[in-house]
Design a binder for this molecule. Structure first.
Ligand SMILES: NC(=O)c1ccc[n+]([C@@H]2O[C@H](COP(=O)([O-])OP(=O)(O)OC[C@H]3O[C@@H](n4cnc5c(N)ncnc54)[C@H](OP(=O)(O)O)[C@@H]3O)[C@@H](O)[C@H]2O)c1
Length: 336
């Protein structure tokens, strides 16, 4: 079978949010599949902030950088159209680590790839609540954050894919939940539509002072998605024996060099804090345990996630940019 495949490559390292200049759309004729490979017709590309780090040449990241000229990669949802792997057949719906392209060539024995169940007809649910964002939020809140009912929970990038799920899980577990997000519209949405007890517009407010006002007994768990100045504002307001669950450091991803701080690291000792990072590929295998817990909350009306959908492969740079300009509410995807 000869198939034309449009795909995005990394033409140069992005500077800031210059993805339109850094990505190049190319076309190839797909080569014949090798033994053990499958061909996946991509239906949904998951846009994930952490992917920004693979576009740099830093060597200390949790994943090797993408070489210049190589295809851009990420989590995709799709349907197998051809298989030379005994465990997969044409028609299987899969979530895998694929390419930002019309088709992904995947080697399931060496690359993350899993068949999807039939619980959700809408494929994109498998990169929302029932995918890495949902599992990351669950682990950060329940395990790393180890929240207890009655505690005060604060989450940054609270209206984004991961933060919105994390805040709702913490609320469902009995916490008082404060979200930090950019703009009054997002903050209103958090408190009016998603049950948050308070919200701070970090673009307009003094975050440290607002956290002090809203968290009179201190923050028991800070779920950090951004790092930088907001992390410092949270550290200054932690409760004794508080936990900082380090999910992401979006303010660092675009930086060209080392980022100073946190400046309030002294609080780790003063307040006897625990700070711990966690990384979703470490727990992908636990999907069968996570999804029923998340589905239970969703069925009870305690967990919802909107999607920010862009359509067509050519919309990928614009969709990816939304993560860094805050133009999204909920999970950003590209539907093909
Ligand atoms: N550890 C893991 O395994 C794992 C897995 C998934 C995601 N994550 C992390 O979770 C975080 C959220 O990722 P996501 O993919 O779900 O994206 P997202 O939250 O849907 O979108 C990113 C959000 O971050 C906010 N933001 C962007 N730049 C910011 C800045 N300089 N300061 C403060 N806020 C900023 C924007 O909202 P505003 O309008 O509020 O600025 C934007 O909507 C990222 O740090 C990501 O790396 C980690």
């Amino acid at each position: 079978m000869s198939t034309e495949n449009r795909h995005w490559t990394l033409a140069k390292r992005p500077v800031g949010n210059g993805y339109a200049e850094a990505f190049a759309l190319a076309t190839e004729t797909l080569p014949a599949l090798g033994e053990g490979q499958i061909l996946v017709a991509n239906k949904v590309l998951s846009m994930d902030s952490g992917t920004r780090m693979y576009m740099t040449d830093r060597e200390d990241s949790y994943q090797p950088g993408t070489p210049l000229g190589a295809k851009l990669i990420g989590t995709v949802l799709g349907v197998v159209t051809e298989s030379r792997h005994p465990g997969y057949k044409a028609g299987d719906r899969v979530r895998c680590y694929g390419q930002w392209a019309d088709y992904s060539v995947v080697e399931p024995d060496t690359t993350y790839c899993t068949k999807l169940d039939d619980a959700h007809a809408d494929l994109k649910e498998y990169v929302g609540i029932y995918g890495a964002n949902g599992w990351t939020a669950w682990v950060g809140v329940v395990e790393t954050g180890a929240v207890k009912a009655g505690e005060t929970f604060v989450v940054s990038a609270a209206a984004g894919g991961t933060g919105l799920i994390a805040g709702q899980i913490a609320k469902a577990l009995g916490c008082r939940v404060i979200g930090i997000a950019g703009g009054t519209a997002k903050c209103d949405l958090l408190t009016r539509e998603y049950g948050f007890d308070g919200a701070i517009d970090y673009k307009a407010a003094n975050v440290e002072a607002e956290l002090a006002r809203l968290c009179l007994e201190g923050i028991d768990v800070y779920f950090d998605n951004v790092g930088g100045e907001i992390l410092d504002a949270a550290l200054a307001n932690m409760a004794l024996f508080g936990r900082v669950a380090v999910c992401g450091l979006i303010t660092n991803y675009i930086a060209q060099g080392p980022v100073p701080g946190p400046y309030r690291f002294d609080q780790v000792l003063m307040k006897r804090l625990r700070i711990e990072g966690f990384f979703s590929p470490d727990f992908y295998v636990r999907e069968p345990a996570f999804n029923p817990e998340l589905a239970r909350l969703a069925a009870a009306g305690k967990l919802r996630l909107p999607f920010e959908v862009s359509t067509g492969l050519e919309a990928t740079p614009e969709a990816f940019t939304k993560l860094f300009t805050g133009a999204n509410i909920g999970k950003v995807v590209v539907e093909l």
